[in-house]
Design a protein around this ligand. Structure first.
Ligand SMILES: [Zn+2]
Length: 402
């Protein structure tokens, strides 16, 4: 926890510590009712109510009516006026941009298709235009944007914003992605791998929020994993941790963009994944396969299930190395639900050691198609000084109230 440490025993420092507890809980979850705040902080309902009133008066939080479990409740969020952030996810074939406030509430959002093997310059131009356009739509300007979190489907050296392995994302090599976008928008940009962002979102707000050690697996045009150890995303030395798309699954397979042979990415998500359907179904896209599988098409369900098995084999290796409590499965192929998840789960459970505490949980994403975008927004919020400003303002309340 940032901010000042309270001095033990003094009345005002106890208040300050209680205020800090409440602000930390609201920062982490975006918005909580007063009853939920009581549960999250261990404070009494009366104390929560008093402190929330103080924080509202200081302009740090806002309260509005909502409904929880069919009953009316007061939702407490970080005040909207404290600033906006943008989250951006660039995929192999699409781009998504969202604008949110410090309470994690998305206030504008749009997606655009991208051509195959899109180039970094034109794609970041589109990102910049879309960010400005979304801000205009909500009547805000660039000055109100504190920062931008950007996810890409490749390993990233977060210190330099450079994609750390050449050939994985063609047209994006040797470009300081963060610097290029910063130049266009004159706002700070923070870049990370998309699976790391999915992991950050699921472990903060989604399916793995109750555990300390978890893995997020995104299965789309490529497959990537984000590793969370002790509640923090583990990126590794050069941002390569969890790059399971480049684990070899077929020693005699196709040569991958990374230069190795038979990587998982050459088998799942790409052209080789769609090829078995060509004779029976014609030329399908990944989206088509997801849609037909959900409509019950047996051929499409077959290739998705095969993908689940091979991804599960690779994830089992990762799980053996890391011993996570929970594996969260997301990405576009996860939109087929159990068609992907069941064979993936079975492959993981069959290949990992059975411990006497509890088997590893293999669960679907709770944030759905929004996991990575939510992670990009969280990255922007955590990297900008908005939370520091809240802490400073809260610490400043001591003199006024205490
Ligand atoms: Zn590879």
């Amino acid at each position: 926890m940032r901010g000042r440490l309270p001095v033990a025993g003094s009345q005002s420092s106890l208040r300050e510590a209680n205020r800090a507890k409440i602000v930390e809980a609201v920062k982490q979850y975006g918005g909580l009712t007063q009853v939920e705040l009581t549960g999250a902080t261990g404070l009494s309902p009366a104390t929560v109510s008093t402190i929330v009133k103080e924080l509202v008066a200081a302009g740090l939080v806002e309260v509005r009516g909502t409904v929880r479990s069919g009953r009316r409740a007061q939702l407490v969020t970080i005040a909207h006026r404290l600033g906006l952030v943008a989250g951006v996810v660039v995929g192999h074939r699409h781009l998504r941009v969202a604008i949110a406030d410090a309470s994690h509430e998305v206030v504008a959002e749009q997606a655009l298709p991208l051509p195959a093997e899109h180039k970094v310059d034109t794609s970041l131009d589109r990102v910049a235009l879309l960010v400005v356009d979304l801000l205009e739509r909500i009547g805000a300007n660039l000055d109100e944007l504190l920062g931008i979190g950007l996810g890409v489907p490749a390993p990233v050296d977060v210190d330099t914003g450079l994609i750390s392995v050449r050939g994985i994302m063609r047209g994006w090599d040797d470009v300081h992605v963060a610097q290029v976008l910063e130049k266009r928008l004159s706002r700070p940009v923070f870049v990370d791998n998309d699976a790391n962002l999915g992991a950050m979102a699921e472990s903060t707000l989604g399916a793995s929020r109750h555990v300390q050690d978890s893995v997020y697996v995104g299965v789309s045009h490529g497959t990537g994993a984000g590793v969370v150890i002790g509640g923090r995303v583990h990126r590794g030395f050069a941002g390569l941790a969890g790059e399971i798309g480049h684990v070899q699954v077929d020693p005699a397979g196709r040569v991958c963009g990374c230069g190795n042979r038979g990587c998982l990415d050459t088998v799942v998500g790409g052209p080789a994944f769609l090829a078995p359907l060509r004779d029976s179904h014609g030329n399908l896209t990944l989206r088509d396969v997801v849609r037909y599988a959900n409509e019950g098409d047996l051929g499409c369900r077959q290739v998705v299930a095969d993908a689940g098995r091979v991804v599960g084999q690779v994830v089992a290796g990762l799980a053996t190395a890391l011993n996570p409590q929970c594996i969260v499965v997301g990405g576009e192929l996860a939109e087929t639900g159990d068609v992907l998840l069941e064979p993936l789960r079975e492959a993981v459970l069959r290949r990992t050691l059975v411990n006497r505490v509890a088997p590893v949980e293999v669960v679907p994403t709770e944030l759905g198609g929004r996991a990575e975008l939510t992670g990009a927004l969280l990255l922007a919020l955590q990297s900008t000084d908005v939370f520091d400003r809240i802490d400073e303002a809260r610490a400043g309340m001591v003199e006024e109230v205490g």
